[in-house]
Design a binder for this molecule. Structure first.
Ligand code: ATP
Ligand code: ZN
Length: 285
């Protein structure tokens, strides 16, 4: 049987969460640090451990069928591959930063300046859209030190909290793009590989939907059920079962993580008691 070849980062910021996601999708495989590839024992897939920067190329060349990379790398490499699914981890942004002492007045500041980056393609596009001419200096690492050593007037690099910028005396002045881990695939997969991929995507959606939701159980006076139900749209409608205690019921529902604490406050003020919140492992809609 054909196997779907999945490229994942060998080591770095994507590695752990990528492997965890595939395992939560039920794939069982070993991930020793020195392996180049390994078969999943219970799913028709082979995992290839590669440098993340190489993954778009390998997927385009069909060395791998699909891969998991940062959206920033997917866009920068500009290969003939498809974005299949956003994965909701490794969230960061690609930003332009200048020395703190610089009085930044807008993108016009960048005209004629030197910008150090590992993302020349993305930065060039950004500057073109703003009609700015600047010199792009491509460097592969430690971009944030470039202004300090006189190599550049500005940088464009990955930012998550901004602490690296701060400690290098830089201020973030433009967001060029937002990024998260994405699943990418080659343009043309065989029918049997596409079927395996569809199965995997189905599982990824179930895992990621579950992560954003919680299972909620609570006790409520019967006369508050209606008001409480309005607060909890749930999947369809909440499950209500009577408690032994006269006039009380137990209510079960699914709530979204986003406005979770607001919901809890509302439920308490409506008379809910004994509220239990339980993580959901898989959620199939
Ligand atoms: P190298 O390939 O040299 O190991 P890299 O920057 O390409 O370095 P990582 O640092 O492992 O590799 O980052 C991989 C991806 O993780 C980045 O392309 C980006 O999408 C994401 N990422 C990077 N830094 C952060 C961060 N601080 N928070 C969240 N996601 C990040
Ligand atoms: Zn990399």
């Amino acid at each position: 049987m054909e196997k779907l070849k999945i490229a994942v980062q060998k080591s770095g910021r994507l590695q752990e969460k990528t492997v965890a996601l595939l395992k939560e999708c039920g794939l069982s495989f070993s991930n020793g640090p020195n392996r180049l590839k390994t078969d999943a024992r219970n799913f028709p897939a082979e995992i290839l451990y590669l440098r993340d920067d190489d993954i778009p190329q390998y997927v385009q060349d069909a060395v791998a069928d699909i891969g998991i990379v940062g959206e920033n790398v997917f866009i920068e490499k500009n290969k003939s591959i498809k974005l299949i699914e956003r994965l909701d981890f490794a969230k960061c942004r690609l930003s332009i930063a200048v020395p703190k002492s610089t009085e930044y007045t807008g993108t016009a500041f960048l005209e004629g300046k030197r910008i150090a980056t590992s993302y020349p393609f993305i930065v060039t596009k950004f500057l073109q859209e703003k009609n700015i001419n600047a010199e792009i200096h491509e460097i592969s690492g430690s971009v944030e030190i470039a202004p300090g050593i006189g190599l550049a007037d500005a940088i464009c690099d990955i930012v998550s909290t901004g602490s690296t910028l701060l400690s290098n005396g830089l201020q973030e002045v433009e967001t060029v793009m937002k990024s998260e881990a994405v699943l990418v695939a080659g343009q043309q997969l065989s029918t049997s590989k596409q079927e395996i991929l569809d199965k995997l995507i189905f599982r990824i959606k179930a895992v990621n939907t579950a992560k954003n939701n919680k299972y909620l159980l609570l006790n409520t006076p019967n006369d508050a059920i209606e008001a409480i139900t309005k607060v909890l749209p749930g999947m369809k409608s909440p499950t209500v079962t009577p408690l032994n205690e006269e006039g009380w019921s137990s209510l079960h529902s699914v709530v979204n993580e986003d406005d979770f604490w607001n919901k809890i406050d509302q439920l308490k003020s409506l008379g809910a008691q004994g509220i239990l919140v339980i993580p959901i492992e898989k959620m199939i809609l």
